[in-house]
Design a protein around this ligand. Sequence first.
Ligand code: CU
Length: 113
Amino acid sequence: MKMILMSLMLVASAGVFAQAKRSITLVNYETDGVKQWLPGTIIAKKGETVEITLINNVPSGDHGFMIPNFKVMEVVKKGVKKVVTFKAEKEGLYEMKCHMHPAHVGGQLLIVP
Ligand SMILES: [Cu+2]
């Protein structure tokens, strides 16, 4: 009985310190000439490791995915998945965008407590 309790306590304390991971998939679409990564707003909790899988479906070619505040910057080729990972270490509302063709494929990242 004592061993079982000790094991449960170990499992419980490990859970407290385990880093949560959030996995999200964004797909780039084009409608009426407007290109967007969807969903356009992603939400994470502070402290989580965020893993974003990017899928580019637009016919016009490669597009970028950038979150300047978290040093994320990738080129996503049509038909080739890209995975980016970062730590959501600070709360706030941050910009996501394509760094290759300014003023499009915008979005936002909200990190909550
Ligand atoms: Cu672009």
